[in-house]
Each structure stands twice: as structure tokens, then as C-alpha cells.
Design a protein around this ligand. Structure first.
Ligand SMILES: [Fe+2]
Ligand SMILES: [Fe+2]
Length: 183
């Protein structure tokens, strides 16, 4: 029964992921490294997946759709923040500025509601000063930090998750390009 629940939950996650991935521009995140060997795309999928799993495991009541979509878009800033001349270079710290840029991009390309906007805008708290307003935002912010630390120290992050979300062949190739999981 537990296994069956897990399979259904993974399919629910996959359906929200598929919806967001329909937008070609979203896949651009694969071009940019977030931490270690992990692309911004894989990082965002991982933060969404583990935020969702955390809520399922500990039976935390959340708006699932918003939690997943907000997490998938929390780093939708679309530039290489490691590059010498990234767009935030003369404006301020990437860590402080990218949530605003991600929210701007997400609002332009997706139908973003209040909870999703809060997740994106506040995920860097306490570096950005305003605290998260919703439970979903707090969860994503915490999972984001845990994932980031893991990515810094892992050479092939999220190997199991990539298989579990059962992405189709094309998506698998896109997600795993940077970690050489598949051909
Ligand atoms: Fe971020
Ligand atoms: Fe992040």
C-alpha cells in the first residue's frame, strides 16, 4: 500500500513537472550550473521533489500544486551567476537579487499565484530580509538550503531521483547532461 502511494505521489509530482517543462525556456536552466556539477534545472527539480516528499513523509498539509510549482521556479533567473560579467555584477549580491529576477521571469512566462510568488521571492531568507509568509515558502527555503549543501559536496547529485521521476527519454537527457547519467 505504501509503495502504491509513493508511485501515485511520484506521478502527481511528474504531472506538475511536465506542465512547467512544456515551456521551452524553462529548459534553459540546464545551461547554467547552480552548485558543483548540478545545473539550475536539476537543482530546481530536486528542491521541488524533496519539498514535496518531506510534506508527504511528515504529513504536512500544504497546497501541493503551489509548493511544487513555486519550488520549480524559485531559481528561474536564467543567467550564469558564476560568470565574471553576470547581470547582477554591478547591482548587488546574486544571493539577494536573483529571487526578484526569478519572480519577474516566472510572472512573465507562467501564471503565478500569491503563494508561488512568495515561495520564489522569499526563498533566500534570511539573506533577503522579509520572512516567508506561507508554510510552503518556509519548506522550500529550508529544502533549498539542504539541497545546495548536498550539491556542493556531491559529484553525481540526485542520481536516484532522476530515475524515480520517470522523465521521458528526451527529458532525461536534458536533466542529466551535466552528470553523465545517460547517453
Ligand atoms: Fe536561489
Ligand atoms: Fe535554489
Amino acid at each position: 500500500m505504501k509503495l502504491k502511494n509513493r508511485i501515485v505521489e511520484d506521478l502527481v509530482f511528474k504531472s506538475y513537472l511536465d506542465e512547467v517543462m512544456k515551456k521551452k525556456k524553462y529548459l534553459k536552466m540546464n545551461r547554467y550550473i547552480q552548485h558543483g556539477n548540478t545545473s539550475c534545472l536539476l537543482h530546481s527539480i530536486a528542491v521541488a521533489y524533496f519539498s514535496y516528499r518531506l510534506c508527504k513523509t511528515f504529513k504536512i498539509k500544504v497546497h501541493e500544486k503551489e509548493l511544487i510549482r513555486g519550488a520549480l521556479l524559485h531559481d528561474y533567473f536564467l543567467y550564469d551567476w558564476h560568470a565574471k560579467y553576470n547581470p547582477t555584477k554591478n547591482v548587488g549580491l546574486h544571493g539577494r537579487i536573483h529571487p526578484t529576477i526569478a519572480l519577474y521571469n516566472a510572472s512573465k512566462d507562467f501564471n503565478i499565484n500569491e503563494i508561488e510568488a512568495d515561495i520564489i521571492k522569499k526563498h533566500m531568507f534570511p539573506l533577503t530580509f522579509t520572512p516567508p509568509k506561507y508554510r510552503e515558502s518556509i519548506i522550500v527555503s529550508l529544502v533549498d538550503k539542504a539541497c545546495s549543501i548536498y550539491e556542493v559536496f556531491s559529484k553525481q547529485a540526485y542520481l536516484e531521483m532522476v530515475i524515480k521521476i520517470k522523465a521521458n527519454k528526451k527529458e532525461r537527457r536534458i536533466i542529466s547532461k551535466r552528470i553523465n547519467l545517460y547517453n
